[in-house]
Design a protein around this ligand. Sequence first.
Ligand code: HGY
Ligand code: MN
Ligand code: MN
Length: 399
Amino acid sequence: MRASQLLDEIAAVGRDRVRGGFSRHAFDPAEGELRTWFVERAQRLGLDVETDRNGNIWAWWGTPGPDAVVTGSHLDSVPGGGAFDGPLGVVSALDAVEALQAKGFVPGKPFAVVVFAEEEGGRFGVPCLGSRLLTGSIDADRARALRDPDGVTLAEAASRAGHDPERFGADPEALSRIGRFIELHVEQGRGLIDLGSPVAVGSTVIAHGRWRFSFSGQGNHAGATLIGDRHDPMIPAAAVVAAARRAALATGDGRATVGRLVPTPGGTNVIASTVDLWLDARVPGDKRTQALVAEITEAAEEAALAEGCLITVSEESYSDTVTFDAGLRDELSKRLGGVPELPTGAGHDAGVLAAHVPSGMLYVRNPTGVSHAPEEFAEVADVDHGARALAAVLEHLST
Ligand code: HGY
Ligand code: MN
Ligand code: MN
């Protein structure tokens, strides 16, 4: 089945009527539906499916073994996300396997399609959670204790979904089986529009991380409290939002975003007692992201002091710049007849694996240049082009 038809099959799963787009998060019902769909589709291709200790799904074409060619991506989304971020890599992998089987190709090496858990960190806050657990890049106890916005821990959510959270943790055996990892992903910016190419090979992922800022002041009455008598945590929170934009602009190529801000108690006529917000900061080049966050933190501390509020700042995740394996990049480019190379500001499981195994990425053109929003898109012709390109590189690598 063609990648675009497979996408159509899941187009109704996890639709978010409030936000628009899709909300499919680790171990929630919508993601569970997608897991079931993937397993069924993979088994129809004769793949042997297993779920690893961290909730990542592996569909093996032939016997699992060392030096495997592995491809795949994720099925979870950001809140109100698009249809392609994650699923495009999964459906393209299934399409590529079917196309290779149809021409009678049999891999000369172990071969697997993988679906990583909680790549977006949309529920538990840490991105690439499944691949970070697999590679031991996050402490399993810390992961188990991560809480979603309703206070449910990852351990509780995972066990409710039929997984054993006590098994979470580094999986050197699964990791050692991977010879090369290739992730196909929808492009999340305008790179391929400007280059006029349907497909590109990934070159780098810029450094990026997430920081939680918590402000506490004095909850009070919005009408009966004079301004001079307030300790309103929303004021230093607003200072973070303004400083993020100002400081990121000043770097020239940095990005800083506050997309999530939670006042407590959250009443219209109530001065908040606490405000939590999350800063997503990304700057090309090492140490520059930390410098940007330090500048924003300084502004936040000054504003908190002036308002008589307390502040705590904690780093929730950070990934240094990733440069994909040069040899693999060249192999992919050559096999595809010299397609362009593209840096990205988006993180991926391939970025986490790149520190452990030769990893590469293929991007498929997104004519809107918009991602993490319902407008994210890829034309059927480009989706097909991407699946054909993936099949070609997988055949090359598996021979
Ligand atoms: O946030 C990211 O960069 C990716 O979409 N997880
Ligand atoms: Mn994403
Ligand atoms: Mn993604």
